[in-house]
Design a protein around this ligand. Structure first.
Ligand code: FAD
Ligand code: UDP
Length: 366
């Protein structure tokens, strides 16, 4: 006799939810389980005083891919929010990403040519020719002033490591512009779901059986017995019993506060780039949806060392962990009946659109 489900999907985050939705379209029967007490993984929002609070950190959707943009908009309409964070360093405020506004605030120079000259002088003085790590990459992009004021402290508290020990690609996430443009992302499409991210998750999981508060590893044999195939979106090293060692992650602590003011900081995201301030950023959630509620909710984001008791938010894609991941990836390739997907199972610093892209690609094989 066949099993009750075609797919057991471990994890109801974006990867699991998109995969389940696509499988259902192909008339496959899915069971989605999640160890948290809600669906959506890290995009989950909680409504507090009428404000959608991003419980696991600020999430701004952005993509260059029209297909992915149309896909998410088919579940929920997105607003026109554009992320323009500010950075505070020693009580001075700077615009992000690094653009003509930032350069003017730092150096009082107004033309792109003056800025390019200034940055070139600093790069030449540093002597870096072929950047090998985050510090060298950052200095080669924007020079030493910006590196020491806006990058080094933030990066080292975010990752708990010296910037010289971090991979260069992390800093390439941020645009450097010689125009007066504070848009943090260069993608064609950007926004926040009107009414919060839960609407996206609910749309994706509509009509699909879901069980929350269930940890797959507490009764793996039972869950495996229910379905023909497995889609796994948890930690890949845990799936393989840490046989090559534990992959490292960076964790976060979120401190949420409801305040008796309608506007605390005038912007959704304000970064604190000094090493001495223990949090990296303060999020004021109402500004993602242009809210006019009488109160406000803010969240301070404190980076933390990860251990097995804590949530693994960021993979640490340095040389050591990348080598270890490759060994797990080989096992996964041999287990071709299991789909490993998402930030934890693919051990990649994926944004939401990339997770959706990966889930759509892998679900094509159904
Ligand atoms: P997750 O959302 O982590 O989902 C995995 C799910 O699996 C979780 O719900 C977990 O509980 C469950 N699970 C794990 N193990 C088990 C188990 N053993 N049994 C049962 N369930 C299990 N992306 C952007 O595009 N824009 C942003 O602005 C942005 N900001 C971010 C800010 C922060 C602080 C973080 C951490 C991430 C941010 N991201 C952002 C990335 C985004 O969160 C991810 O790309 C995406 O949500 C990952 O989806 P996922 O399904 O891979 O993983
Ligand atoms: N970063 C920085 N200063 C800032 C913001 C970001 O140095 O004010 C660096 C830091 O190393 C960070 C990386 O840029 O880890 C990527 O930033 P992003 O905002 O993309 O991080 P995420 O939102 O994924 O945490």
């Amino acid at each position: 006799m066949g099993k009750a489900y075609d797919y057991l999907i471990v994890g109801s985050g974006l990867f699991g939810a998109v995969f389940a939705h696509e499988a259902k379209k192909k008339e496959k029967k899915c069971l989605v389980i999640d160890k948290r007490n809600h669906t959506g993984g890290n995009i989950y929002c909680e409504n507090v005083k009428g404000i959608n609070v991003h419980k696991y950190g600020a999430h701004i959707f952005h993509t260059n891919d029209k297909h992915i943009w149309d896909y998410v908009n088919s579940f929920v309409e997105f607003n026109r929010y554009t992320n323009s964070p500010l950075a505070v360093f020693e009580d001075e405020m700077y615009n992000l990403p690094f653009n003509m506004n930032t350069f003017y605030q730092l150096w009082k120079v107004r033309t792109p040519q003056e800025v390019k000259n200034k940055i070139r002088e600093q790069i030449e003085a540093s002597g870096i020719k072929n950047p090998q790590n985050l510090q060298e990459q950052a200095i080669s992009l924007v020079g030493t002033d910006i590196y020491y004021k806006l990058i080094k402290g933030y990066t080292e508290k975010q990752w708990g490591r010296d910037a010289k020990d971090l991979p260069a690609f992390i800093i390439k996430r941020l645009p450097v512009r010689f125009t007066y443009d504070n848009n943090y992302f260069s993608d064609k499409y950007q926004g926040i779901p009107i009414g919060g991210y839960n609407k996206l998750t609910e749309g994706l999981l509509k009509g699909i059986e879901v069980k929350t508060d269930v940890d797959y590893f507490e009764d793996k044999a039972h869950w495996d017995s229910l379905a023909e195939k497995l889609v796994f979106t948890g930690k890949i090293d845990q799936y393989y019993n840490y046989q090559f060692g534990q992959l490292e992650y960076r964790s976060l602590k979120f401190e949420h506060q409801t305040l008796d003011t309608d506007n605390y900081q005038g912007n959704a995201v304000v970064n604190y780039t000094e090493r001495e301030i223990p949090y990296t950023r303060i999020i004021e959630h109402k500004h993602f949806e242009f809210g006019s509620q009488p109160k406000t909710v803010i969240t301070k984001e404190y980076p933390e060392e990860w251990n097995t008791e804590k949530e693994p938010y960021y993979p640490i894609n340095d040389a050591k962990n990348t080598e270890m991941y490759k060994q797990y990836e080989q096992l996964a390739k041999a287990d071709s009946h299991i789909v490993f997907g998402g930030r934890l199972a693919e051990y990649k610093y994926y944004d939401m659109h990339q997770v959706i892209g990966s889930a759509l690609k892998k679900s094509k094989e159904i």
